[in-house]
Design a protein around this ligand. Structure first.
Ligand SMILES: [Zn+2]
Length: 144
């Protein structure tokens, strides 16, 4: 996709979520390639409320809880699998509750091949990581 299309997409996403009364803003980041070449990036980031955090963390951790329940029926292996999956359930839930921002969408230019890259939805972490779909370059995005 071209820059204009990606820009239009990010703007329509922001408008849609703002109309729903959500706390969403655009942030400008700097993209770095492995050899420290720079490019600019824009992301639409949603501030997660306490209930957003709970719902997302609950969804992510429930998979591991289901695996723990399923493991009850496996002879011998259940001694290891059930406690392991229960511990993972708690860790995933706790980690999810600590996340405060969610990247809804975004785009950047690859400093290597100059292609425009769309950023997929994910929790915001510093630095944000993505890769170029054209040349496979690993990209780090930082607030700067
Ligand atoms: Zn590239």
């Amino acid at each position: 996709m071209e820059e204009k299309e990606l820009q239009a997409k990010i703007e329509s996403t922001i408008k849609l979520l703002k109309d729903k009364g959500r706390d969403i803003h655009t942030y400008h980041l700097t993209t770095f390639s492995h050899d420290s070449q720079k490019a600019r990036a824009s992301i639409a980031m949603l501030s997660l409320s306490q209930s957003d955090r709970f719902i997302t963390a609950f969804k992510k951790s429930s998979l591991f809880f289901a695996l723990a329940i399923g493991s009850v029926f496996l002879p011998v292996l259940h001694f290891v699998l059930v406690p392991t999956f229960l511990i993972v359930t708690v860790i995933v839930f706790m980690k999810g509750m600590k996340q405060t921002s969610w990247v809804v969408t975004g785009y950047t230019q690859c400093p290597q091949c100059k292609k425009w890259v769309e950023i997929s939805p994910q929790y915001y972490t510093e630095p944000l990581r993505t890769s170029c779909s054209q040349c496979g370059e690993r990209l780090l995005l930082k607030k700067q």
